[in-house]
Design a protein around this ligand. Sequence first.
Ligand code: HMG
Ligand code: MG
Length: 305
Amino acid sequence: MPLPTSVKLFEMAPRDGLQNEPGGIVPTATKIALIERLAKAGITHIEAASFVSPKWVPQMVDAVEVMAGIKRQPGVVYSALTPNLKGLENALTVGVEEVAVFGAASEAFSQKNINCSIAESLARFEPVLERARDAGIRVRGYVSCVLGCPYEGEIAPAKVAEVAKALYEMGCYEVSLGDTIGVGTPLAAKRMIEATRQHVPIEFLAAHFHDTYGMALANLYAVMEEGVSVIDAATAGLGGCPYAKGASGNVATEDVLYLLEGLGIETGIDLQAVIDTGFWITHELGRKPSSKVALAKASAIENKN
Ligand code: HMG
Ligand code: MG
């Protein structure tokens, strides 16, 4: 199959990127400034916050303030995680236009992450989707651990397909497939997509790959060959999952954009503006971006001067 001619990039830095950030709550104003900079760079889909229990994920405690504080740009979708009705009701108070529910292909991870079994999670999502439909907002679905689980090890592609199918049939407009701990390799990624696309049309599948083992770009190329054209990524490679110890952030947005530009695939996003944003936010957090492209471009500029 030919590679897609355009890709929708879903930016994760404000949510997946920051949710596990150690060293105190990142100020609300910094979170808002990050989201606004990303939108200015031309990113049209931004996961901006997470309406989860602050006891479970303290870093997302200010989801209401963040969502209410953003100066919204026309044409940009600001999404948020809502694991249950309580989360959705909170999100509705600040006028979200899109939310996401998140399940897993691993029983053990489901228990650790959202405190229930896979079947219980799907039952819990039903009323969330119903309420969202009534409110006229779209719901994205996630499946975690699609290429491996920190507790169970290997995960069968058929299990990923089963959970993705359930989310799609429930009404999720898109299902994002998470390599939560970044252990996948290209052939496994292809096999997982091949199993899943039999139940969910390929145009409604997204790749959400963490880069723990440095395989994310190779895996993205492999699944684009299968027809995937929605990619989740986090500026500066920020992040990790609080319930997957040692997992690093999503593949860096800068690295994905550089790959896509090289392949002649349209995104409409300004790479340099994203690089600048990555340096700005990591400076705020007291470190450097983990994007190789950002670091290489910065050192090329330094060498010129
Ligand atoms: P629970 O403890 O089973 O829920 O948590 P509960 O209904 O028994 O409620 C317990 C307490 O939490 C109550 O408060 C509720 O009010 C409160 P208390 O009476 O004790 O004071 N509560 C909430 N508060 C705020 N917002 C809510 C909410 N719901 C209940 N929405 C729950 C179940 C799902 C809430 C909990 O397990 C949780 O918040 N988990 C979040 C885990 C999380 O955010 N993980 C990271 C995101 S997923 C991810 O990163 C993976 C992804 O990136 C894809 C990939 O990479 O694979 C998406
Ligand atoms: Mg993730």
